[in-house]
Design a protein around this ligand. Sequence first.
Ligand SMILES: O=C(O)CCC(=O)C(=O)O
Ligand SMILES: [Fe+2]
Length: 299
Amino acid sequence: MILKKLFRRKKSQTSDPIYKIIDVDVTQLSQFSDGLDQIQAGEIDGFIIRNVIKQDELQTLIKSHDQIADDQKYFSDTGMIVFPPPFSNVDKSLPSYSEDLKNFFITAASRWDNFPSDFGFDFEERVHTILAEISGGRKAETPKGVNGVGRYNPGCFKHLIPGEGLFKAHCGNLFHKEFPSFYEHMDEISIIENQMSYFVMLDPSKKGGELTLYDVLWVNAEIRMNGDTTLKNKNGETLDLNNRKEVKRTQLLPNAGDMIVFSGGRIWHKVELAEKTRRLTCGGFLTRSRDDQAVYTWS
Ligand SMILES: O=C(O)CCC(=O)C(=O)O
Ligand SMILES: [Fe+2]
């Protein structure tokens, strides 16, 4: 009797999850109409929204993605293939920078205008419909580029090569200093501090590829040391992300068709090595417009 009691007690003492991620089917989303505000207020940390893209739609989208020529894509040194190439690719040091930047936005606009017919599925529209449901009545849209020319990519495909592909530990706020020219513009039109992230899982790896959220916020550690496993705070104290005793973590593993929206600006996170088969997602960042009328998707 006593033994049984002890055992039961122990079982119920599991520690609280470090982050509050709402797991909800897409059909139930209307219960969370202020979801993005709740994330921004720190009341919750994110959503895993199930079944936002149906299986037949997914197959169409994946097939179209897989037909894109390699020279249209960007190959990173961490086993990641990105389409369209990210804004960080526009080389600031070239004399043609402002022209290149303009072309980046013009190309993005026509790419996404043609996306529904080229890819056989309107990814942007689906994502905006879903996000609008949790945006507290705001519309979800992709912002115009610098000087109102063209627009941003609402997201990009990220293909992690099995055995090689991962995302090093990062958080969105870290990028503000790394890509100041883009963030200057995003800062003018939206609130970039604590920007959010979203992505849809298209093809999960059979092993690995989890989204790991570390129990470390940007305000607690603003410096990433060499590699991606050690963070440092303003007092010079270091944190070893590989040390599970020192740093707790939550891991999310969405199924094909599920969408994740989370506080990626604030929370240090990584994507684990895709071990067995590739991992393919499509997504980007989320910020609220300065006039507070819209939520912007961009990458
Ligand atoms: O898995 C992905 O596509 C992106 C993961 C990530 O780092 C993010 O959403 O901020
Ligand atoms: Fe991220």
